[in-house]
Ligand binder design. Structure first.
Ligand code: COA
Length: 165
């Protein structure tokens, strides 16, 4: 696993760097919920990106934990853990990496570090859901040794953070 990949808890300073990384290197749909309007990083989407994180991980009462993924002091993406209402002790994980940093092991390292943080937080089950065509996520999950559940619309898996090393 790459040793130069770190997760830093999101704060206002990192949020600005995260927005810059997203605008430079990712599609809005990869990194935030859909916002109506023309494609690309419109002013509305940039504001919505900031609002999204301020209302979740940076809220007075956070609804999830978000981390900036940092490689050699550069923010390259984000990883998050969102507690699941339907199952005590469970959280849903999400990760995105800027395009120019994909395919080099950053996503795999970030996911393993996120699982270690989940374990330290007392989370005993981490849920991951992606699309059937997202081969990179399927491979990340397979590398963790978990079973993938495939439906027409989604591929999902439960990961035990204590067993993920
Ligand atoms: C999914 C994502 C986080 C993976 O990050 P990454 O840094 O590219 O991941 P890695 O380099 O660690 O690669 C993980 C595995 O996927 C494979 N992979 C990476 N990009 C791939 C691609 N475009 N097509 C097929 N396989 C790919 C790698 O070869 C590796 O497999 P291996 O270990 O068996 O060789 C990144 O592609 C991304 O941000 N995608 C957009 C957002 C997204 O889909 N997030 C997931 C939501 S759950």
């Amino acid at each position: 696993m790459r040793s130069d990949v770190a997760l830093r808890p999101l704060d206002e300073e990192l949020l600005q760097e995260l927005l810059d990384a997203a605008v430079a290197d990712a599609d809005p749909l990869e990194v935030m919920p859909p916002v109506a309007g023309p494609p690309g990083w419109t002013p509305e989407r940039r504001s919505a990106f900031l609002r999204f994180h301020r209302s979740r991980a940076l809220a007075a009462e956070p609804v999830e934990s978000t981390y900036a993924i940092v490689v050699e002091d550069t923010v390259v993406g984000a990883a998050r853990l969102c507690p699941m209402e339907e199952r005590t002790g469970a959280a849903e994980a999400g990760v995105w990496i800027g395009r120019s940093h994909r395919g080099g092991g950053v996503g795999g390292a970030a996911l393993r570090r996120l699982l270690a943080l989940a374990r330290a937080d007392g989370i005993d089950a981490v849920f991951v859901s992606t699309t059937p065509d997202n081969t990179a996520v399927h491979r990340l999950l397979t590398a963790l040794g978990v079973d993938l559940v495939r439906t027409e619309d989604a591929v999902t898996a439960w990961v035990n953070p204590a067993a993920a090393g």
